[in-house]
Design a protein around this ligand. Structure first.
Ligand SMILES: C[S@@+](CC[C@H](N)C(=O)[O-])C[C@H]1O[C@@H](n2cnc3c(N)ncnc32)[C@H](O)[C@@H]1O
Length: 206
């Protein structure tokens, strides 16, 4: 059982996470020309805080996550709302390539800092996108480790330098690469001191 399986039942009760989902989805809509007939993937979709906020802009979202618990929460929300435009897939894309149909865009929020080898994962995500399709990746700006604290063992990056993420997207074969402000998270750090952390969205086109 992963840490996210344990956190899943309470995940949506934190208003900071809900505001982050709204801020990231709004930033993605500003940066990517989503269209009503698009099928997109949300990599690391979790309980769907970004997935559900993008649903008005596209036809269908493939919600990919390796945490059964997080996707169980999303499945419950989809059933309760009668939503059929989202399908959930319990897959770890660091271990297996996406074997479904290519999508019009891959989005992801706050997941890449949990991935050890981000360039390898980006190559896999680009491979899941149709030629001409888009990637929109939101994550923390480089921070001092106080966002998660020292006791969390599934964090591989203390945020990212924006130039590094842009270079990785270019190396993975993307053009039209840019990085924009997405949101600012204000919350207590591990010592209880209020802190503000920047969140960017890095965009590229296959
Ligand atoms: C911080 S949560 C973010 C969830 C959601 N995007 C949000 O903004 O609320 C990170 C998510 O990434 C998922 N994740 C981490 N590593 C993954 C991997 N290798 N493959 C698929 N999902 C992964 C976790 O299970 C978790 O649900």
């Amino acid at each position: 059982m992963s840490r996210f399986d344990t956190l899943a039942p309470q995940w949506d009760t934190n208003p900071v996470r809900a505001a982050l989902g709204t801020g990231v989805a709004d930033a993605m809509r500003r940066e990517v020309p989503f269209a009503p007939d698009w099928r997109i993937m949300d990599f690391g979709a979790g309980t769907g805080l970004v997935t559900l906020r993008l649903l008005d802009s596209v036809a269908e979202v493939v919600a990919v996550d390796c945490s059964t618990g997080m996707l169980d929460v999303l499945d419950d929300k989809l059933s309760a709302a009668g939503l059929t435009q989202v399908t959930t897939h319990r897959v770890d894309l660091t271990r297996a390539a996406w074997d479904g149909e290519p999508v019009d865009a891959v989005v992801s929020s706050m997941t890449l800092h949990h991935i050890a080898d981000v360039p390898a994962l980006l190559a896999r995500l680009v491979g899941a996108v149709k030629p001409g399709g888009w990637l929109a990746l939101a994550d923390l700006d480089a921070e001092d480790g106080s966002f998660h604290g020292p006791d969390v063992d599934d964090v591989h990056h203390q945020g990212f330098q924006r130039e590094t993420m842009a270079a990785w997207l270019r190396a993975a074969g993307c053009g039209e690469v840019r990085v924009a402000d997405a949101h600012r998270v204000t919350r207590p750090d591990v010592h209880g001191i209020p802190r503000t952390y920047g969140v960017f969205v890095a965009v590229g086109r296959r």
